[in-house]
Design a protein around this ligand. Structure first.
Ligand SMILES: *Cc1c(COP(=O)(O)O)cnc(C)c1O
Length: 223
């Protein structure tokens, strides 16, 4: 299937979810996750009108950035090893996986200007998932105060792999509640206006629950 056909379908589904939740579809940014696909396929996504691309490994990001660099806005969505920060930090606009102080420290050191970071939260509590426990997010945000180059743009989570809408909804709602708690801290470096949640299987639910960024691979560019 062409990316264009897939994109139309994804946009219809987002529009329907927005209608159900009384939201404006313009509030939802579609990030095409290109980690499974070739440079050509990523280029096709850009040609179809997708501006935001996401990668979860430093090699993948550097490689695709080398070909499509200024044609896209780059999102790093995977676990980032501290020693790899220097490879990607000057290429990305958003880091979706901030989950520890040592990483914040390295980003702060290597970045030339403030980086839009999303704090990854392990809402579901599954051991296999990365991210902070929900209970430690507010303290973590306060601790980021000392880093000039860290801007807390929002929160990110990965829902459990299930089709049970109740479980998904519950997970996304918890992230939304946490976002409100961060916003109530009223810290100038932590506007926390973004909610990065929703993937191919569950983005329709995530959008209904307030996602402002959906990260879609399989359903958009394929696997
Ligand atoms: C791979 C990946 C996605 C996209 O997954 P799909 O199910 O293919 O849409 C989204 N977010 C993260 C963090 C990923 O690693």
């Amino acid at each position: 299937m062409s990316v264009k056909v897939n994109l139309d379908r994804v946009m219809d589904s987002i529009a329907a979810a927005c209608k159900a939740a009384d939201r404006n579809p313009e509030e939802v940014k579609i990030i095409a996750v290109t980690k499974y696909v070739s440079i050509d396929r990523a280029a096709e996504a850009v040609e179809a009108g997708i501006i935001d691309l996401g990668e979860n490994r430093d090699e993948g990001l550097v490689e695709k950035w080398g070909h499509l660099g200024d044609k896209a806005v780059w999102h790093y969505i995977g676990t980032l090893q501290t020693r790899k920060v220097k490879n990607v930090i000057d290429k990305i606009s958003y880091l979706h996986s901030l989950d520890r102080l040592s990483l914040a420290k390295e980003v702060d050191k290597r970045a030339a200007s403030p980086v839009n970071c999303l704090i990854q939260v392990n809402v579901s509590g599954e051991e296999s998932k990365h991210g902070l426990e929900p209970d430690s997010v507010l303290d973590f945000v306060r601790q980021l105060r000392e880093f000039q180059n860290i801007r807390v743009a929002g929160l990110m989570t990965m829902a459990p792999h299930t089709d049970d809408e109740k479980v998904l909804r519950n997970c996304f709602r918890k992230l939304k509640t946490l976002q409100q708690e961060v916003q109530e801290l009223k810290l100038d470096y932590a506007p926390c206006s973004e909610l990065s949640m929703g993937m191919s299987n569950d983005y329709h639910v995530a959008v209904e629950e307030g996602a402002t960024m959906v990260r879609i691979g399989t359903a958009l560019v394929g696997k």
